[in-house]
Write a protein of this length. Structure first.
Length: 295
């Protein structure tokens, strides 16, 4: 019979305790590598980059600000370009000579009217006078302004004021002659040109007559009286004549009439007569308007 030799400590240690100690020993051996890996991960992990240079951030902010201002400026320019173009054109309007050549007929009716006016004996007579300056005043307006002007834009075209009127002004604002064609779409009563249109034409014509006689070369209407003498047939050529009667400082008194355009040797029919008081404004706006109307 074989007997095992046991130490006293072994005799005193229970069998379960021996198995527990063995298990704990294996657990310690297994955990050590894992703990080492965790330790390495915490100690050798990626480091954070240092914060950006304050000067770099400042340059970036300034760059973005300049880009924003540039975009805003471009948007403003695109939005205001039409108005800006009109203002610049107003500051540098066409000369009187340029306005005569500025219009070209775009339809058969306008071409026929243009040819008849240019070939009329009265026009030939007016063009011979050295004391008169020929112009087409409505063609001084920039296109952007002309589209919203009553007689230069809205009422200009086939069936209305067929072509831009021709005007001759005497030096010093002494007198004016304007020739124009009144179309068939300007009627009040059937076949008769509306009296309000005649009043408008007289208002503009008498005022323009005295521009050069006044300090700021521009005038606004203070009073206008119109007397209608005969019905004005639609589709007819007419002549507006005006004469400055008196000038006192910034005030001018002017008289005028609208009559039929007749062939040489015939007597014209007076259709409407007018008299008015016109005043030259003192504001700086008057200076700009004088450039537009008189340059």
């Amino acid at each position: 019979m074989v007997t095992a030799s046991l130490t006293p400590s072994a005799l005193l240690r229970p069998e379960g305790s021996i198995r527990l100690a063995s298990s704990l020993s294996r657990v310690r051996r297994c955990r050590q590598p894992r703990l080492a890996r965790y330790h390495r991960s915490f100690t050798t992990g990626p480091t954070h980059a240092p914060s950006a240079n304050p000067q770099s951030r400042l340059r970036r902010s300034l760059g973005l600000t300049l880009v924003g201002l540039g975009c805003a400026g471009l948007g403003f320019f695109v939005g205001t370009a039409p108005a800006l173009s009109g203002i610049l054109s107003a500051l540098q309007p066409r000369s009187d000579e340029e306005t005569v050549r500025a219009y070209a007929p775009t339809n058969q009716e306008a071409a026929s009217v243009e040819a008849k006016i240019n070939n009329h004996p009265l026009v030939a007579e007016l063009r011979k006078r050295s004391d008169l300056t020929e112009s087409r005043p409505h063609m001084k307006f920039p296109e952007a302004f002309r589209q919203r002007n009553l007689t230069a834009g809205i009422l200009l075209g086939p069936g209305r004021l067929t072509v831009p009127p021709f005007s001759w002004t005497e030096n010093g604002g002494k007198s004016l002659v304007t020739i124009l064609h009144l179309g068939t779409d300007l009627c009040g009563h059937p076949g008769i040109v509306h009296g309000g249109l005649l009043a408008t034409l007289l208002d503009e014509g008498l005022a323009r007559c005295c521009f050069d006689a006044l300090p700021n070369k521009i005038a606004v209407t203070a009073k206008l009286e119109v007397n209608y003498r005969k019905p004005t047939p639609a589709g007819s050529f007419v002549v507006l004549r005006a004469e400055t009667k008196q000038v006192e400082g910034r005030k001018a008194w002017v008289e005028g009439r609208i009559e039929t355009l007749v062939d040489e040797g015939e007597q014209p029919t007076i259709l409407a007569e007018a008299s008015g008081l016109f005043v030259s404004p003192k504001s700086r706006l008057a200076m700009l308007l004088s450039r537009l109307y008189m340059s």
